[in-house]
Design a protein around this ligand. Structure first.
Ligand code: ADP
Length: 210
């Protein structure tokens, strides 16, 4: 199974990704996590993106595309993956199409979590409270001012991807305001019962439509 999760910050992408990972035995590829790891490790990429991330803006397409291309090529991604936080712009989506073609593989679905933006602020506030209660460090971008910037980036740069994937016939929209279990159930229902073969060209298992 190869999936994309689309949705604004706080929509519950991470939560649903973890459930899908457990259910399908696929890997979660979160560009946010990868970039935060680079910042923490102080790599050249990390130094380049730290301030951008802290402000809630998007990192340059080239940087993110390169990270994802490396990650998708690793052996553990062969059984399938769920992209969480990528693509976030149309150029990233086009770069992903090229990567998939290169590996001879196809997407099974792009799941869009639809949420009410007013409710997002409340969710982020409770995420901050829970993180503090666990005594864990807060993410630098977990604050209301930065959230507004992240929502703006989503609206302007990422929301158009819903159309992009609708045209490719892989968009599945789910109501992200329901309970976690209900969202999970809705995603399960929306996913194809027969995912594409692991490698295109292996005709025996390939139920892929062109
Ligand atoms: P969210 O809580 O919005 O899901 P993420 O953890 O996915 O946040 O991303 C945090 C930050 O990392 C973003 O605000 C952005 O600066 C950067 N980032 C993550 N993925 C991408 C991407 N695909 N393109 C550009 N920037 C990205």
């Amino acid at each position: 199974m190869r999936l994309i999760l689309l949705g604004p910050p706080g929509a519950g992408k991470g939560t649903q990704a973890l459930r899908l990972v457990a259910k399908y035995g696929i890997v979660q590829l979160s560009t946010g996590d990868m970039l935060r790891a680079a910042v923490k490790a102080g790599t050249p990429i990390g130094r380049q993106v730290k301030e951008i991330m802290d402000s809630g803006s998007l990192c340059p397409d080239g940087v993110v595309v390169e990270i994802v291309a490396d990650r998708i090529a690793q052996p553990d991604a062969r059984k399938g993956f769920i992209l969480d936080g990528f693509p976030r712009t149309v150029p990233q989506a086009k770069a992903l199409d090229r990567m998939l073609a290169q590996h001879g593989i196809k997407l099974d679905a792009a799941i869009e979590l639809r949420v009410d933006e007013d409710a997002l602020l409340k969710r982020i506030e409770s995420r901050i409270a829970e993180t503090k209660a666990r005594g864990e460090a807060l993410r630098a971008d977990d604050n209301p001012a930065v959230l507004r910037q992240r929502l703006e980036a989503y609206r302007a740069q990422t929301a158009p991807l819903a159309d992009y994937y609708r045209k490719k016939n892989v968009l599945r929209t789910v109501n992200g305001m329901a309970s976690i279990a209900d969202v999970t159930a809705a995603i399960d229902k929306a996913l194809p019962s027969e995912p594409h073969a692991l490698r295109a060209g292996s005709k025996k298992n390939d139920h892929a439509s062109p």
